[in-house]
Write a protein that binds this ligand. Structure first.
Ligand code: 5AD
Ligand code: FES
Length: 359
């Protein structure tokens, strides 16, 4: 494919801002022809659009990593079933509620229950937990991030009070999907789960890893087109980072630079999306989260898990916020966000687009 001139690339960015979508070929050529100058051009626009919808506000989500047991064996993930070196833990209902309690007093108004696919937590246990959290904190949003479950389970969780669901599609190319996952997991099932979640009424978050092994620009273009089709309220993207106890131990990590460029494109494509500056982005670059906000992101997800389990929920190597420095992620985040002229707000932080519950 011919390389675009800078002028042509800028025109494509203008077009994306106007029409909110581009052809696959146009996305590919934008990704391939990116330069620092083009990124700056993109980020000026993505920041302005973010500003129009969300001002200088940055929303907080308190991440509670409640189990690192997982029945799946994704090739990239440090808590995959085959990793015999992972030290496994599960939080009790009381431990989870005390995370919420601490989080609430720190100003968190969204709790994200995230974990591996762990059948120890039956639907009944989760329903009880969801009801309890929503009863104790009626002014808070509750997000689930617990992988693939049946339509009936998703519906029951929603009816018990869960508001949002995070389930990344990881890659929208079925062949690439099968290189990152065991045969038991398929892109088709993942997409069906996302459609189910949307139809039930959740505010849905999807997303993908940037720079995962074997990923091409054409696949990234497919990821963008899939997001355009799904129209999720939230999109989480972060660089792939190798974990030493996985089959991908020696694979190269993704870059902050490409992650930021894609964040900018996603902001133009989905102007009201909730876009986290992810922990993986902050891991690959010490200022990654700040740069993410400046590229159009508007959410940060500090860790609310109990200190003693934080260094066990390791999806990838060198994860930040797992040691002594994480004594108070909330303060750390506040400082980082205000240093770049934005402010963390005490708010549920719903999408301006809304799910059925919040329109
Ligand atoms: N590097 C970066 N991100 C990862 N995730 C899982 N393993 C890794 C890794 N090695 C991401 C996946 C998953 C989310 C919870 O974490 O995209 O959906
Ligand atoms: Fe956790 Fe900075 S956000 S230590």
């Amino acid at each position: 494919m011919m390389k675009q001139t800078m002028e042509q690339s800028k025109q494509l960015i203008d077009q994306l801002e106007e029409t909110h979508v581009l052809s696959k070929e146009a996305f590919i050529s934008l990704i391939n022809s990116r330069t620092p100058e083009l990124s700056d051009y993109l980020f000026e626009k993505s920041r302005r659009i973010r500003q129009e919808h969300y001002g200088n506000d940055v929303y907080l989500r308190g991440l509670i990593e409640f189990t690192n047991y997982c029945k799946n064996d994704c090739l990239y993930c440090g808590i995959r079933r085959s990793n015999k070196n992972a030290s496994r833990y599960r939080l009790t209902k009381e431990q989870i509620l005390s995370c919420c309690d601490e989080g609430y007093s720190l100003g968190f108004r969204t709790f994200v229950l995230q974990g591996g696919e762990d059948s120890h937590y039956s639907d009944e246990m989760l329903l009880d937990l969801i009801r309890e959290i929503k009863t104790c904190y009626p002014d808070c949003a509750l997000t689930l991030s617990i992988g693939e479950r049946s339509y009936a389970s998703y519906k029951a969780f929603y009816e018990a009070g869960a508001d949002r669901y995070l389930l990344r599609h990881e890659t929208a190319d079925p062949v690439h999907y099968s290189k990152l996952h065991p045969p038991s997991l398929t892109l088709e099932t993942r997409k069906k789960c996302l459609m189910d979640l949307k139809n039930i009424g959740y505010q849905v978050g999807s997303g993908f890893m940037v720079g995962s092994p074997g990923q091409t620009s054409a696949q990234l273009a497919e990821d963008l087109l899939f997001l355009h089709e799904l129209q999720p309220q939230m999109v989480g993207i972060g660089p792939f980072i190798a974990h030493h106890d996985t089959p991908f131990a020696l694979e190269e990590s993704g870059t902050a630079e490409l992650t930021l460029f894609l964040l900018g494109l996603i902001r133009l494509m989905l102007p009201t999306a909730l876009l986290p500056a992810t922990t993986a982005l902050g891991t690959i670059d010490p200022l990654g989260r700040e740069k993410g906000i400046l590229a159009g992101a508007n959410v940060v997800m500090p860790n609310l898990s109990p200190r003693e389990v934080r260094d066990k929920y390791l999806l990838y190597d060198n994860k930040i916020c797992t040691g002594d420095e994480a004594a108070e992620c909330r303060q750390c985040i506040d400082g980082r966000i205000s240093s770049i002229g934005y402010q963390v707000v005490v708010d549920r932080g719903d999408s301006k687009l809304g799910g059925k519950k919040n329109v």
